[in-house]
Ligand binder design. Structure first.
Ligand code: ATP
Ligand code: MG
Ligand code: MG
Length: 356
């Protein structure tokens, strides 16, 4: 039988392992933290750092294909593995997604619009960049940011007086993005198979709270042309990267319905969790199908739905949620409900066809 190697042991790895098991695969997870969410359901855990040569060698030896559940897998580790066995999505996708400047440069290069941006390494560069954006913008770390961490918003600031900002941001490479006056945010989850076939799920409309995804709603309140443009952009990205697997692409929707891409995630995506409840083939199964070289399943949606994240103490709502009959609950097996920690999610199915 085949074994799928998964780098990263969080909830996304867990859900990939569940789907892999359903398709008859075994899974082995590379993750330094013991008893991680993915290891609770995988067949085996290699407890080592993501760039540990011995751990990577063991992963390669025990897997027929390797994938990953987070975008900050060291590129060198993915490339070293790829010399021995197939690694999907390709290391190039990691490289592009890990640096916000490289990511936007790539997107613009294939004709996908983003917010305007400037690389910022010094307070003087920040002053100049903010001036160019009339005093408004979002300063982000170029690397490693997630859930809105490592970001600072400037609104209508006079240019000047920013001494110490780069130090406060940790003296790491930064990007200043122009502030996008978006009407709503959407994301497209799409997949590309080993045979080059592409399938995209319906765009979800996403609402964030404290920088963390709060809800994803289907359908999104957008024009059909906007939805089509989002699918087309996702498909273009997949082809340009010679991609295999599931990708998440986040967009801002402007008042006229046009799109600016925000970022890409070369993995299954939180805003695609609804697919397990409202599609026949979820994003997790789709990803396993793609990396295992199986045909893609249909991304068609059979129901309207709303997915909501359970963050920290939100898990106290579980008993009440379980009392709702048309609700799919998914918990990640995390013992401690720290503030800001993703503990689970649920999807409320609306308007099931034929149900009265
Ligand atoms: P994720 O958890 O999605 O990976 P992240 O930390 O990588 O998040 P972004 O997605 O870049 O951060 O930004 C988080 C949120 O901040 C966006 O979803 C959006 O609501 C807001 N935001 C980010 N960039 C801009 C921008 N240029 N203009 C306006 N709002 C923005
Ligand atoms: Mg991100
Ligand atoms: Mg984001």
């Amino acid at each position: 039988g085949s074994t799928i190697g998964i780098i990263g042991g969080g909830q996304l790895g867990r859900m990939l392992a569940i789907s892999a098991a359903r398709l008859g695969y075994r899974t082995v997870v590379l993750e330094p933290q013991a008893d991680c969410p993915a290891a609770q359901v995988a067949n085996r855990q290699i407890t080592a750092a993501y760039d540990d040569p011995a751990g990577l060698a063991e992963l390669a030896a025990s897997s027929s294909v390797v994938t990953y559940e987070f975008e900050n897998v060291p590129v060198a580790a993915a490339s070293a593995l790829a010399a021995k066995i197939p690694v999907y999505p390709p290391a190039l996708a990691l490289e592009v997604a890990q640096d916000r400047v490289g990511e936007k440069t790539f997107l613009n290069g294939i004709g996908i619009a983003t917010a305007d941006f400037h690389a910022v390494d010094t307070d003087d560069q920040l002053t100049a960049a903010l001036k160019a954006f009339d005093g408004s913008g979002i300063l982000k770390t170029r690397r490693m940011g997630y859930d809105g961490k490592g970001q600072r918003v400037f609104r209508n600031m006079e240019a000047g007086g920013f001494a110490g900002t780069c130090e406060a941001m940790g003296n790491v490479p930064l990007i200043l993005e122009s502030f996008v006056p978006f009407e709503r945010e959407i994301s497209v989850i799409a997949a590309r198979g080993l045979d080059g076939a592409v399938g995209a799920y319906d765009p979800a409309e996403n609402v964030h709270r404290n920088g963390i995804l709060h809800t994803s709603t289907l359908p999104a309140a957008i024009m059909p042309e906007t939805a089509q443009a989002a699918r087309t952009a996702a498909s273009k990205i997949l082809s340009a990267l010679n991609y295999v697997g599931v990708i998440g692409v986040e967009f801002f929707v402007l008042a006229d319905g046009s799109l600016l891409a925000n970022e890409i995630a070369p993995r299954v995506h939180n805003s695609g969790h609804w697919t397990e409840a409202a599609c026949i083939v979820s994003q997790f199964e789709q990803h396993i199908r793609a990396v295992a070289g199986l045909p893609l399943g249909s991304p068609d949606r059979h129901s309207d739905c709303v997915m909501e994240n359970l963050i920290g103490d939100d898990v106290l709502r579980v008993p009440a949620l379980l009392a709702e009959p048309d609700l799919m609950l998914h918990l990640y097996g995390k013992a401690e409900a720290r503030p800001g920690r993703k503990m689970g999610h649920f999807t409320r199915i609306k308007a099931i066809p034929g149900k009265v």
